[in-house]
Structures are given as C-alpha cells and as structure tokens.
Design a protein around this ligand. Structure first.
Ligand code: SF4
Ligand code: SF4
Length: 230
C-alpha cells in the first residue's frame, strides 16, 4: 500500500486540477431520475469489473451477464463491451423504463456513476459538459445562477482561496469522495488513514466548500446561455 509521502507527491503532481472541479460539481449534482441519459443514441460502456459487479448484484455468473446484457463495443475499446439498448426508445436493458430508474442503481457501471459532471464530452474542450437534455444539469445550472453572486458564497470563496491548508484538505476529501463513489472503499479508507482526513465530512460544510471551490475554479460566464431541451 502506498504511504503518505509518495501519495502526496503523486497527488499534487499527477492529478489534473480540473478533476477537483469536476468532482465538486458531481458532489453538488442531483440526479432527477428523468432517465434521459439511459436511452437514445448513446450507450454505456462496461469493462470486466463492471460486468462482475452487475453479475454479483443480480446473482448470476459474469458469462451470463455478458451474454444477457451486453453487445460488442462498436468502437472496440480494449476489454470493453456496451450494455444492450433494447428497451423502449433504445433505452438501456437495465433501465426500468416505466419508473425511469436504473434497476441496479447502487451497482451501476462506473461510466454511469460519473455522469454527467465527471464525464465531459471528449469532443468538447469544456471541463464540464452542461448537457441540455439532463434535468439534473438544468437544476444545477439554476442553482449556480442563483448562488454565484450571493455575498455569503463570495465570502466562502474568499475564505477558501486564502487558506492553502484547507484547500489541500478539501482536494483530498474530494478525491476520497470520488474513490468511494467508484466503489473503491479500501483505497479511500487507506488515503484517509495516511492523510489523517476524516470521512464523511460534515455534509453542509462540505457542500458549501464544493460550491465555493467550483465557482472559484470554473468560469460561469456562459451559463446564462444554457437552455434545457429535455
Ligand atoms: S446501467 Fe443503469 S444508469 Fe447505466 S445506462 Fe443502464 S439504466 Fe442507465
Ligand atoms: S439525464 Fe441527468 S437527471 Fe436524467 S437520469 Fe440522467 S443524470 Fe439523472
């Protein structure tokens, strides 16, 4: 297991700064279960680890899960397949189309867990992709518009920006949050142990810090042009 010094050296030099802004956005994001990202032209890419998790969740073998739920990946990403889109409106085979809910939500593939804030469109240069058909994104944008000029939020930004120690601790918390969200609990606990960070943080303070961090690192100038088209 990696120890504190080597972890911090790697952490401060190798992780792109934009990742922390994306994680902060994902912490603040609330999925509205509209089901839009689980149907249509797109599809969910799954690797062996995702497949094993789906199989374990449904109590079947990985080979059965592979045959029942996946097709070959048209883009031929190494070691990956895609979930079949065989439901109404080409929805994912694991979506309950009527309830608009993922039937394996807590065990969904990692690509679904990172949608939408950590899942920037690879063809766009934007750090965050504000999907116009995602109801949760529309609400997220509205929340940013309402809060970005709030004097309390401005004060939070100033206080966070002026305290390097707090800023670094927040980045570690965000990283731990991400590891846990991806199901890497042991790694997350190890990072907490070696960095002496306690998790979970106090919820409302964490949310405020995430909002302050997001607003101090991402420009929100273009947000007024966002239009929900769902
Ligand atoms: S696995 Fe769940 S979250 Fe992912 S595309 Fe299918 S229904 Fe949606
Ligand atoms: S499109 Fe957005 S709000 Fe709708 S289910 Fe997907 S993540 Fe949630």
């Amino acid at each position: 297991m990696i120890e504190k010094e080597s972890f911090l050296q790697w952490f401060y030099t190798e992780i792109p700064k934009t990742l922390f802004s994306q994680i902060a956005a994902q912490v603040l994001f609330r999925c509205e279960n509209c089901g839009e990202c689980c149907r249509g032209e797109g599809y969910a890419l799954v690797d062996e680890a995702d497949l094993h998790e789906i199989a374990r969740t449904l109590g079947i073998s990985p080979s059965k899960a592979r045959a029942r739920f996946t097709d070959p990946d048209p883009e031929k990403n190494p070691g990956c397949r895609i979930l079949k889109s065989i439901g109404p409106e080409r929805s994912c085979c694991l979506l309950d189309a009527q309830a608009k809910r993922c039937t394996i939500y807590n065990h969904r593939p990692r690509i679904c867990r990172t949608f939408p804030m950590l899942n920037a469109d690879t063809e766009s240069e934007e750090i965050i992709c504000f999907y116009s058909d995602c109801l949760g994104t529309a609400k997220f944008v509205k929340m940013l518009q309402e809060n970005r000029c709030d004097p309390k939020v401005q004060k939070d930004i100033e206080s966070l920006a002026g305290n390097e120690e707090r800023l670094q601790a927040l980045k570690i918390l965000l990283f731990v949050w991400l590891r846990r969200m991806m199901g890497e609990i042991e790694e997350a606990e190890h990072i907490c142990r070696i960095t002496e960070i306690s998790f979970p943080p106090e919820e409302s303070a964490f949310q405020r810090d995430c909002l302050a961090y997001f607003l101090m690192t991402i420009t929100t100038d273009g947000l007024d042009e966002y239009q929900y088209e769902g």
